[in-house]
Design a protein around this ligand. Structure first.
Ligand code: GAL
Length: 413
């Protein structure tokens, strides 16, 4: 499983000035070679623990079993969404007599191992949540002082992914040491467990984050606060990512991903165009695609967007390069993501929230010169609707109509 991870650094701001690829060490567990895809309960279901009052939406084994069934029967697994992930609030208020973690006995009467069996029998993988500190963010027992034991427990339960939060961590040293220790403890179990961290989010106020170190211990990591079901939240994630892209983009690659948090498509807060923008930009950013929505009652439109195979292919491209913003002009944003074999994904977002669709004139010289297609590239629009633009030569100009707060996503081969 010892893989040498190839990481690439890509050009920023200056058109066509490519840096050479550099080799760094990602977490050497051979996992998450493309961004993890799946479902995570937090944004939609939060910490509802009253199953008498809210049997349909409380954090319980019933919720995860129902979601597992839908993921298989409604095409989510086929589209690539494989990890079914439990977030905070699954735990009983106390560890057991041997100090082992235990699931809440009322809400998870069969226990996590049985849930893992249920999930695995359907071809899915199970994710779970814990915290590097004394308590989880919602106040359940944390892993501090128990890293080895908890890693062992997760491995025995046959868990496949751990989201490791950073609340109540103590000192910066304890925070960083805790992430290192848990990562090593998981490796020692011998089980393939993807590690999703929040280390940079908690460390950033205290120090300059060393991303090559974070990438040595984590398969993905959160940089910013929690996403919510709103356009302002999605915009702030995009803005922060663009501001910090010089440090974030070079750190990403197979096995190691920046995590801008969950997809909230299919909920209540985003218009259709804003959902298109979240999907397009999360794919451009090579973000983990972890949906937090109710798959039992999602609209056909949102489902088609989330299951769009050509769009997902941009995210899952095996080169593993994170895209970046190359231009911000006249309320338009232009981002690009290099793809395997010299292809390119390009997005144009209209950040105006007033007026109607606006035209953006895209010319080849705005884009990275390294696209292998040379003089003539073939352009396909993937979002908001599929459309073939045909060949695009070096002097050609594409006239794109972009809705307010919407995005046009192109693939250039
Ligand atoms: C936050 C974390 C969220 C969610 C929540 C649970 O710190 O960023 O994604 O896991 O804790 O309490």
């Amino acid at each position: 499983m010892e893989l040498r991870m190839l990481k690439w650094t890509w050009p920023f701001l200056l058109f066509g000035v490519a840096q050479w690829p550099v080799v760094t060490n990602g977490l050497r567990n051979g996992l998450a070679l493309t961004p993890p895809m799946g479902w995570l309960h937090w944004e939609r279901f939060l910490c509802e623990t009253d199953c008498e009052k809210e049997p349909y939406t409380c954090v319980s084994e019933r919720l995860f079993m129902e979601m597992a069934d839908v993921m298989v029967y409604q095409g989510w697994l086929d589209a690539g969404y494989q990890y079914l992930c439990i977030d905070d609030c699954w735990l009983a208020p106390k560890r057991d007599a041997q100090n082992r973690l235990q699931a809440d006995p009322v809400r998870f009467p069969s226990g996590i191992k049985k849930l893992a069996d249920y999930v695995h029998a359907r071809g899915l993988r199970l994710g779970i949540y814990q915290d590097v500190g004394k308590q989880t963010c919602a106040g359940f027992p944390g892993s501090q002082n128990y890293y080895e034991l908890d890693a062992q427990t997760f491995s025995e339960w046959e868990v496949d992914l751990l989201k490791f939060d950073g609340c109540y961590y103590g000192t910066l040293e304890q925070l960083e040491d805790g992430y290192r220790r848990m990562s090593m403890a998981l490796n020692r179990t011998g089980r393939n467990i993807v590690l999703s961290c929040e280390w940079p989010l908690y460390a950033r106020p205290l120090k300059k984050v060393n991303y090559s170190e974070v990438a040595e211990y984590c398969n993905s990591w959160r940089n910013f606060g929690d996403i919510s079901d709103s356009w302002s939240s999605v915009k702030s994630v995009l803005d922060w990512t663009a501001v910090l892209q010089d440090s974030l983009v070079p750190a990403a690659g197979p096995g190691a991903w920046n995590d801008p948090d969950m997809l909230v498509i299919g909920n209540f807060g985003l218009s259709w165009d804003q959902q298109v923008t979240q999907m397009a930009l999360w794919c451009i950013m090579a973000a983990p695609l972890l949906m937090s929505n109710d798959l039992r009652e999602i609209s056909a439109e949102s489902k088609a967007l989330l299951q769009n195979k050509e769009v997902i292919a941009i995210n899952q491209d095996c080169l593993g390069a994170q895209g970046y913003r190359i231009l911000k002009v006249d309320s338009f944003e232009l981002w690009e993501k290099p793809l395997f074999g010299g292809s390119l994904a390009v997005s144009v977002t209209n950040r105006n929230e007033i007026g109607g669709p606006r035209r953006f004139l895209l010319s080849r010289i705005m884009l990275w010169k390294g696209t292998a297609c040379g003089d003539v590239c073939y352009v396909t629009q993937l979002l908001p609707t599929r459309k073939e633009y045909g060949y695009f030569n070096t002097t050609g100009i594409l006239s794109l109509s972009v809705n307010p707060s919407g995005t046009v996503l192109l693939r250039i081969d």
